[in-house]
Design a protein around this ligand. Structure first.
Ligand SMILES: [Zn+2]
Length: 448
């Protein structure tokens, strides 16, 4: 007998934590944090206490109280007694927060399987962002396409196209047949063919269960799609080629495809692409892993923000930043060469504009999802900054996920016996569109 139990990703986008039990083998697929994690109780600076481990999480039911899963340290102040690990592995589909963040609390002895590229990304992320804590683990980086045996299971990770390199879907051979877990995926990015191969293989497997993401299976129209990564390139090129003023762009910190896109747009328009030290660390790390990325010096320059002494001394910067500082440019360079740069600047670093003093008439490309309603205040503040510096706003983004139509098309082709929607607010739409849907309930095992 085999069961699937969901501890997240139900009626929400993200927070996937899916337990597969087959005979005596117990494996989690993803162990992420909900985007809404605790937002009824925590807001802004009121957040779960670091020192308290899982205590604050358990208090509000934000993580399941499962014996033999968490580390001694994480349980220190809780009523759940530490027990030796009862789990064989955790497989991570991709290193986005909503799929990986809570491994921080997991027992160090449970092996964490993820792609080599994914592993490299969290290494760079952990180094450059103190808030991104993943804990010490027995990491087992896998080669996509190569079978991993865990107890009675065979797990075949396969590359898929998503808004981060190293993303995988999984095909799992259990004693009751094959299951397919899509992770997060799309068919309109630069690695679309990988999604195609994954789906071909998934179809051949004649799976008993397909766990499918449904981010864009939503009741309201999705305005985020502009026609794939090539669409982003076209739209951005239109903005950049039509101006001799400063162009500023913001995008997700680990969206390497987008960095490639902007590096290309900059080059085509005779501009230098200038990125943060954090992006530089990620790109140089991934270059060592053989991922196709813009190269420092050739395709991008690094921007140094004023820190500590304010004099751009090497010692003003974190150790991990220092290798990038010697050849970095600062606000003066950007001010002097406004028409010759494409500057990557995150919203939280907008204060740099005070030093840069762009001439009015420049442009700001917002290359990420449109702000959600709870972030309205933030978008109000963003508007004020743009108005103050005379920068024109452009929304240019391609989603990391399949469209609603594509999701049902893909499921139709794979033709599983049973579909379990995850990572979606559109469970009811799944039920209306398909006849073989099982909706998961939190913590209740689904037999198959
Ligand atoms: Zn996700």
């Amino acid at each position: 007998m085999a069961t699937l139990t969901f501890y997240g990703g139900i009626d929400e986008i993200g927070g996937n934590k899916i337990l597969l039990q087959d005979r005596d083998t117990k494996v989690f697929f993803d162990f992420g944090e909900s985007f809404t994690c605790g937002c009824d109780f925590f807001v802004d600076w009121l957040s779960p206490r670091n020192v308290a481990g899982l205590k604050d999480y358990f208090e509000f039911g934000l993580l399941p109280e499962i014996p033999g899963l968490y580390s001694r340290e994480a349980l220190r102040f809780t009523d759940l007694k530490y027990r030796e690990s009862q789990f064989d592995a955790i497989f991570i589909s991709h290193p986005h927060f909503d799929h990986i963040a809570h491994i921080e609390f997991v027992d160090e002895s449970i092996p964490i399987h993820m792609s080599k590229v994914g592993r490299a990304i969290i290494e760079a992320w952990g180094k450059s962002t103190p808030l991104a804590k993943f804990g010490e683990h027995d990491y087992r980086p896998f080669e996509p396409g190569r079978k991993v045996k865990v107890g009675s299971l065979e797990v075949i990770p396969m590359d898929v196209d998503h808004s981060i390199p190293g993303a995988c879907g999984f095909i799992v051979h259990t004693s009751e047949g094959s299951i397919v877990y899509t992770g997060d995926f799309r068919k309109h990015g630069v690695r679309a063919s990988l999604t195609g191969k994954f789906l071909e293989r998934a179809t051949e497997e004649r799976p008993v269960v397909m766990i499918s993401e449904g981010t864009r299976v939503a009741p309201s129209a999705d305005r985020r799609y502009v026609g794939g990564e090539d669409g982003v390139r076209r739209e951005s090129d239109k903005v950049v080629s039509g101006t001799d003023k400063l162009v500023v762009a913001t995008f997700y910190g680990r969206d390497v495809d987008r960095m490639n896109t902007f590096a290309a747009v900059a080059k085509e328009n005779g501009r230098q692409f200038v990125v943060s030290t954090r992006a530089a660390l990620l790109l140089t790390t991934l270059e060592r892993e053989g991922v196709e990325v813009p190269k420092m010096g050739r395709d991008f320059l690094v921007y140094a923000r004023r820190k500590e002494t304010g004099g751009f001394e090497e010692s003003d910067y974190f150790k991990w930043e220092r290798p990038f500082i010697k050849d970095a440019v600062n606000f003066e360079h950007i001010h002097r060469h406004q028409g010759k740069v494409l500057l990557n600047l995150d919203f939280y670093h907008f204060a740099e504009l005070v030093d840069i003093q762009p001439d009015p008439g420049g442009h700001f490309i917002h290359s990420m999802s449109e702000p959600y309603s709870e972030e309205e205040l933030e978008s109000e503040v963003m508007k004020n900054w743009l108005k103050h510096f005379g920068l024109r706003f452009h929304q240019v983004h391609a989603s990391g996920h399949l469209s609603r139509e594509e999701v049902f098309d893909v499921i139709g082709k794979v033709d599983p016996r049973c579909v379990i929607p995850v990572h979606t607010e559109g469970s009811e739409i799944f039920r209306k569109e398909l006849s073989n849907v099982t909706l998961p309930k939190y913590g209740e095992p689904i037999k198959f």
